[in-house]
Write a protein that binds this ligand. Structure first.
Ligand code: C5P
Length: 215
């Protein structure tokens, strides 16, 4: 049986780091679905098109290739803002669904991190996490990351951008970010990466035990 883990949460909550580590420990495939939206946002902008126009973004959809998503190239802070613009369009979200579901169906299973994994992409995921952290802590983490390629960015700039991104992601009409009823809340504000991974692992093994016991 295939194990699927959904890991949703707001920007810089730690879901990517925890998801990747969990994937390594459990031997599961791992997909950062934010990269799909980032790649589309970047491709749309580079083609001189408008991320706010659904048809413009739709025309770039065929360029998305799961095997060529480069986190280094797509990780820049401003690409995250483009991503959240293209992510509001229903046809775009719909167009990326089968790609994500096909990825999750590969044996022995997969961890997908994003905003709508438990609510839309994998509503029957074996384990669902909602990973979050206080806004100021998330901004501090993202600022520390962003300093590498944008030393001019202040903590306040990052705080404003993350707030705008949360606002757009949580209030869009299609697949808004939310914690589904059966998701496990993982608040990483005061946790080290190792502690967060250990907590997530405990929940996955509890799921495994209950599955083996048939409960
Ligand atoms: O996770 P990351 O910060 O890379 O995501 C960038 C943006 O892509 C998010 O702010 C969100 O708007 C969008 N996204 C989404 N659904 C997903 C993953 C990302 O809407 N499953």
């Amino acid at each position: 049986m295939i194990l699927t883990i959904a890991m949703d949460g707001p920007a810089a909550s730690g879901k990517g780091t925890v998801g990747r580590r969990l994937g390594d420990k459990l031997g599961l495939h791992y997909l950062d679905t934010g990269l799909l939206y980032r790649a589309l946002g970047q491709a749309t902008q580079q083609a001189g098109l408008d991320c706010d126009r659904e048809d413009d973004v739709l025309s770039m959809l065929p360029s998305i290739d799961l095997d060529h998503l480069d986190p280094d190239r797509l990780g820049a802070h401003q690409v995250g803002m483009l991503a959240s613009k293209v992510a509001v369009h229903p046809k775009i979200r719909n167009g990326l669904l089968s790609l994500q579901r096909d990825f999750a169906a590969r044996a022995p299973g997969a961890i997908l991190d994003g905003r709508d994994i438990a609510s839309v992409v994998l509503p029957h995921a074996s384990v669902k996490f909602y990973v979050t952290a206080d806004l100021t802590e998330r901004a501090r983490r993202r600022h520390a990351d962003a300093m590498r390629d944008r030393p001019d960015l202040t903590l306040d700039d990052v705080l404003k951008d993350i707030t705008a991104r949360d606002e757009r992601d949580m209030n869009r009409s299609t697949a808004p970010l939310r914690q589904v009823a059966d998701a496990i809340l993982l608040d990483t504000t005061h946790l080290s990466i190792d502690e967060a991974v250990a907590q997530a692992l405990r929940h996955v093994s509890l799921h495994d035990q209950s599955r083996n016991l048939g409960v």
